[in-house]
Design a protein around this ligand. Structure first.
Ligand code: PMP
Length: 441
């Protein structure tokens, strides 16, 4: 054990093999710009923007100062039946860049504390909306295989990750589209794959099976992230939108990862030009520095819920930390940085270099597929002797030791560096990763 470490016994780590981790802990003590510092004094290049969230890079003084100012001015105020100005200010700022085209922006904002809370909030808003428009039989929620929508009971119910689901009961009446991963027809693709738009027709099948009058909403990640980087086939999201419209089903895009610039537009909604009814966000909303999420709702959805008698609470839902003043201050300062540094445009500016650098790993042993879109990459490795995830885990640990932070899910390596990454650092990622993958053979 290294000297000066706290006891590792009490902290029960999330989504971590605790017993294995505590035998050889990987610990960060600092971060600045594109790099972390470890407890033993090494620097590690951040290839993942933390957990897909630190889009403007680490240690941004402007954000820290805004948070400090806010905490010394108004640290907390109740969020129910009381307001504070900074939450309205942040919502107004978000409304200006909200997902959707001008005139049709999803510019009504409900604040939450995380991505999981945003998802459960959006699912509940969808069901409440259907009831408000006289469609109270519509309570069924449709997700997709290999979807990740956080860890609330709503999120795991519409999610499609077996490990997150098998121990826990799920909401009744959920169902799933098939995922869109098709390595046979779409291999080593840059951007959107050609094949698979017809998989959206799964929603028609579920309508035929359950009846449209039972279905409230369909939720998908525009680009599935945590389950291995699955960009939508060309035409897929358009087709899903069309089927939802035809049957009165609300469409929810979970943009917890794709929101705030990851694809080179403020939101994936704008990138793909397909407008859902609700958009869930978190992560990049505050550059990851304070926990916060936000659900963007269309005027149609919002206004339908504002029609009860005045004086009655319209939606029986909310959190102690909805619109937390410090998180709002962090969010406003984060938007200032995104705007002044033009960060939402950054992935498009370096797209060609990113794609080329990452796809240069093709041909290394055990690399079975590579997918890039925006400033995201998925690199798929063949499992070692049937032990799913073992090879990728070794690559992850070796990368960390060689000064690069990556993320793995199963045998897929996911990359999503801060949007402030410089061209040379793309080269550094690929150089380290290439060496480590080759050695793992
Ligand atoms: N939705 C998506 C698409 C996500 O990627 C995540 C987190 N990776 C979540 C929801 C859950 O967010 P959180 O961990 O903040 O609850």
């Amino acid at each position: 054990m290294r000297p000066n470490l706290p006891s590792l016994d009490s902290y029960w780590m999330p989504f971590t093999a605790n017993r294995q981790f505590k035998k050889a802990p990987r610990l960060f003590v600092g971060a600045q710009g594109m790099r972390y510092t470890t407890d033993d004094g090494r620097t590690v290049l951040d290839g993942t923007a933390g957990l897909w969230c630190v889009n403007a890079g680490h240690g941004r003084r402007q954000i820290a100062e805004a948070v400090e100012r806010q905490l010394m001015t108004l640290d907390y105020a109740p969020s129910f039946q009381m307001g504070h100005t900074i939450a309205f200010e942040f919502a107004e700022r978000l409304a200006k860049i909200a997902p959707g085209p001008d005139g049709h922006k999803l510019d009504r904002v409900f604040f939450t504390g995380s991505g999981s809370e945003s998802v459960d909030t959006a699912l509940k808003i969808a069901i409440a909306y259907q009831r408000a428009v006289g469609q109270g039989t519509r309570t069924r929620l449709i997700g997709r295989e290999r979807g990740y929508h956080g860890v609330g009971f709503g999120g795991i119910s519409v999610g499609g990750l077996v490990n997150n689901r098998r121990v826990f009961p799920q909401l009744p009446g959920t169902d799933h589209l098939r995922h869109t991963f098709d390595p046979v027809r779409n291999g080593f693709v840059k951007g959107q794959p050609e094949h698979g738009a017809e998989l959206a027709d799964d929603l028609e099948r579920l309508v035929a099976l359950h009846g449209a009058e039972t279905i409230a909403a369909c939720i998908v990640e525009p680009v599935a992230g945590s389950t291995g980087v699955l960009p939508p086939p060309k035409g897929y999201l358009e087709r899903l939108r069309g089927i939802c419209d035809k049957h009165g089903i609300l469409l929810i895009f979970d943009e917890v990862i794709t929101g705030f610039g990851r694809l080179g537009s403020p939101f994936a909604t704008d990138h793909f030009g397909v407008v859902p009814d609700l958009v869930t966000t978190a992560k990049g909303l505050t550059n990851g520095v304070l926990p916060m999420g936000a659900v963007f709702a269309s005027r149609k959805v919002h206004d339908a819920l504002m029609h009860g008698p005045e004086g009655a609470i319209e939606l029986f839902h909310g959190y102690t930390y909805s619109g937390h003043p410090a998180a709002c201050a962090a969010g406003i300062a984060t938007l200032d940085i995104y705007e002044s540094e033009g960060l939402f445009a950054r992935p498009a500016e370096i797209q060609a270099e990113w794609d080329e650098a990452i796809h240069s790993l093709k041909g290394l042993p055990h690399v079975t597929d590579i997918r890039t879109i925006g400033l995201i990459a998925g690199i798929e490795l063949a499992p070692r002797d049937g032990a799913v995830g073992a090879r990728a885990y070794d690559v992850f640990v070796d990368c960390f030791e060689k000064g690069l932070l990556i993320r793995t899910t199963g045998d897929i390596i996911a990359l999503s560096p801060p949007l402030v990454i410089e061209r040379g650092q793309i080269g550094e990622i690929v150089e380290v990763l290439g060496r480590v993958i080759a050695a793992a053979a």
